[in-house]
Design a protein around this ligand. Structure first.
Ligand SMILES: *Cc1c(COP(=O)(O)O)cnc(C)c1O
Length: 387
């Protein structure tokens, strides 16, 4: 006997609720474009492009070359490659600096015998995703100052790595970093994964002279969640492409991007460039206002709008106790997660003892729900909650 849901499965009805079927609880993502919370929703225009591109076969190499050329023209850079996210772009960018277009070197990676083996990075720029660079077998050499960077560059140096969002905490500014790379003949890579908006950033860093620049497709761009962009010098982009699928004997073969995702990423870039960014901004401001005005009447709670100086540069809300702290904000976050609907907020707030809420991953109507839940939890403070 066939159950009704089996019939629905067989028909592939659009109303099929995968999350309910799987017993996976959907969440309200008030945290931001974190991969673990689903990143940014893929824009419907991108989903439609993926569906349309699914219907025909094409040579993946042809798709990569044509889309790369289109994206490079749109973003006014020499060349572009659609990658498996920013992490994939970091690996392929590094691989490109190590191998160039030499087939023997490409096949040999991550065996670096006879190749350069070091990447130099400012100590303040070390980050979790530099693992994607180290995946090529290179050693990271840490420096603090301009002079140390000059001294660290040797015949072994394959690349200079810059983390855009760490620019304010490092001692060597981006333009100076690029100039050193140029003068010493070492390629520079800037990871700007989460740094759109503003839209200008898609142009700024290639124009500044970075040889390679990385952006995530599934963050501000609203592209396929597992896609990204590697932009930059024609020879390095060609080398990066040769280090991944469809070429099987490569380090990056596991970083495959399908023709659907490559085309979806192109459409995401097109869409983003013609988007009304002011209207987006107003939507995010409105969400923050809803939250702030719901919390303001609570006498012990301070709710402050802020915009990160760099990376995820959109309106957020920071919530803290004014004085006489109630339950720790970490336990407030747990209650939001355990409640119904389940709500995720910024997992590691920039300031201890605060809760941070991102506006741009909220779907219509969700700011109101988050505001209501937060009010309920914060107004109940002191009622038997262990500190
Ligand atoms: C998010 C992020 C990444 C990883 O991006 P994916 O597109 O998920 O691979 C890499 N670097 C930085 C700085 C990031 O913020």
């Amino acid at each position: 006997m066939r159950s009704r849901s089996t019939d629905a499965v067989a028909r592939g009805t659009p109303s099929r609720d995968f999350f309910a079927e799987l017993g996976v609880r959907p969440i309200i993502n008030a945290a931001g474009t974190y991969t673990k919370f689903g990143g940014m929703l893929t824009h419907p225009e991108v989903v439609a492009a993926i569906a349309a591109a699914s219907d025909r076969y094409a040579r993946l190499e042809d798709v990569h070359l044509a889309v790369g050329a289109r994206i490079a023209a749109l973003l006014e850079c020499e060349a572009a490659l659609v990658t498996s996210g920013s992490a994939g772009a970091l690996t392929l960018g590094t691989a490109a600096c190590l191998t160039g277009e030499d087939p023997e070197r490409i096949q040999r990676l991550p065996d670096l015998a006879g190749l350069k083996s070091e990447v130099v990075i400012q100590r303040a720029h070390r980050f979790l995703y530099d693992h994607a660079v180290r995946a090529c077998g290179v050693r990271l050499v840490e420096v603090d100052t301009h002079d140390e960077l000059e001294r660290a560059i040797t015949a072994q140096t394959a690349m200079l790595l810059f983390l855009n969002k760490a620019a304010p905490s490092g001692r060597i500014p981006a333009a100076e970093f690029v100039a050193i790379g140029k003068r010493r003949g070492v390629p520079t890579l800037n990871d700007a994964a989460a740094d759109v908006p503003p839209v200008d950033n898609l142009f700024t860093y290639t124009r500044m002279g970075f040889d390679l620049v990385v952006f995530s497709g599934g963050k501000g761009l609203g592209g396929p969640q597992s896609a990204g962009l590697l932009l930059g010098r024609r020879d390095l982009i060609a080398a990066a492409r040769l280090n991944t699928a469809p070429y099987s004997d490569t380090l990056g073969r596991g970083l495959k991007v399908s023709k659907e995702e490559v085309i979806g990423m192109m459409v995401a870039v097109e869409r983003y460039l013609r988007r009304d960014h002011d209207a987006d901004w107003q939507t995010w401001e409105a969400a923050v206002s809803v939250l702030r005005s719901a919390l303001e009447p609570l006498p012990n709670v301070q709710a402050e709008r802020f915009i990160p100086a760099i990376a995820n540069q959109v309106p957020h809300l920071r919530v803290r106790w004014r004085a006489d702290p109630g339950e720790p904000m970490a336990s407030v976050a747990t209650k939001l997660r355990d409640g119904d609907p389940s709500i995720e907020v910024v997992p590691a707030p920039s300031e201890e003892g605060t809760l941070e809420i991102a506006s741009w991953t909220l779907r219509p109507g969700e700011a109101e729900i988050v505001a209501r839940r937060l009010r309920e939890i914060l107004a109940r403070r002191g009622t038997g909650v262990p500190r």
